[in-house]
Design a protein around this ligand. Sequence first.
Ligand SMILES: [Zn+2]
Length: 133
Amino acid sequence: MDFNLDKLLNFPNATVESCSIIDEVSYFQIRWLNEKIECPICGKNTTKLHQEHKSLIRDLSVFGREVYLKISHRRFYCTSCQHYVSEQLDFIDWRRRQTRRYQEYIYERVKVTNVLQVSREENLTLISGSKYL
Ligand SMILES: [Zn+2]
């Protein structure tokens, strides 16, 4: 979409397609630009997209508003080793639905304050088993 937004996002092979603000929360629609990935099992490239799962991923706030990325988690079929593989991204924790940079930011804040205060300020839900408890 916008070159400067893509620069701010700073994800490889991704572009910001649109932005919306609902109840003072910013939502960015992200589209992947790469159509192939390297298979994590055999190392060969695959272009056979098997399925896409839409996810809402929390990221760092921008201009005082919470930010969520609407982003798809893709699974490919590797024709070389005949396995279904998930796209591996070291900047997103799919299980926790957060970017790594947001996790690092929360971790650093918790070190100088306390978990309850950061949870309240960031509007985070405390879930049993969360690493922030
Ligand atoms: Zn493979």
